[in-house]
Design a protein. Structure first.
Length: 278
């Protein structure tokens, strides 16, 4: 009887979990399905869960649109440089926070947590006021710096927990062998934190790829717009091109999906690495 109850409870939990997954994934499914529907089918009074026929004109129109390729290029530039900048700045910072015994360490960590909790839209205007004085508002540099400011606290905290999980005796052994502090950090410590680095790089790119507020405030010229800003072009004063918008959203989601597919093993290991350390 007890064994049957356990199996029944497991089955109920699996069904509930499956329903929750379906509910959360249904908007993504509907986005993809709508991108393959004609405008008439999208606005049909009896919408179908499966397209009656694959309508590819929305995708064909996108690839004929030169602006779409420019938006993708801009998103790649912003995402890659934001990711690289956040990793380069946060890796030494988090290593110092993990190894150095300094006064006010708890305050520094508390400040990082608070900064991480601050929404991006509240930082957009102060950053605009600062960057406008430096004349970098209408450039890749301004958006990249803004994205780094937003993602650096999260990356630093994740990397710090990973560094805490590495025994300090490895550094002592490297010092005895004559390795410098930077040599120890670059040749020994960083390779051991590869899962956490991959995790932080993936999230740093995804944060920058899907960011909208900073691009809206800092990039007035269309030639610098990322794909998130390019989606606004499908929303007009007198209506919305839902088919083109859904096709653009589907294509812009592919890099994120591919990142999770190819890095999921590292992401799980990076998130759990050092999770028991304080």
């Amino acid at each position: 009887m007890g064994k049957w109850k356990r199996r029944y409870g497991q089955s109920v939990r699996c069904i509930i979990g499956l329903l929750i997954v379906v509910i959360f994934l249904f908007p993504i499914y509907w986005m993809i399905v709508s991108s393959f529907k004609s405008s008439g089918e999208i606005f049909s009074s009896s919408p179908s869960l499966v397209p009656k026929s694959l309508y590819l004109d929305h995708y064909a129109a996108l690839f004929r649109n030169a602006d779409f390729l420019v938006y993708i290029k801009n998103s790649l530039i912003i995402g890659i440089f934001s990711m690289a900048g956040a990793i380069l700045l946060s890796a030494p910072l988090s290593y110092a926070l993990a190894r150095k015994r300094m006064r006010g360490l708890g305050v520094i960590l508390f400040v990082l947590i608070i900064i991480q909790m601050v929404p991006g839209n509240s930082m957009a205007l102060p950053l605009y006021a600062m960057f406008s004085r430096w004349h970098i508002t209408n450039s890749y540099l301004g958006v990249v710096l803004a994205n780094i400011t937003s993602s650096l606290p999260f990356i630093a905290l994740v990397l710090r927990t990973s560094f805490l999980g590495i025994p300090a005796v490895l550094e002592d052994a490297a010092k005895i062998d004559g390795c410098s502090a930077w040599g120890t950090f670059l040749k020994i410590i960083l390779p051991l934190t590869r899962p956490a680095l991959v995790t932080c790089a993936a999230f740093g790119f995804i944060f920058a790829w899907g960011e909208f507020i900073f691009a809206l405030v800092l990039l007035p010229e269309k030639s610098y717009w990322p794909i998130t800003m390019g989606m606004r072009t499908f929303i007009g004063q007198h209506g919305t091109d839902w088919g083109g918008l859904m096709a653009t959203a589907t294509l812009s989601s592919l890099p994120v999906i591919l990142i999770f597919i190819f890095t999921q093993r590292h992401i799980v290991g990076g998130i759990t690495a050092g999770s028991v350390k304080g």
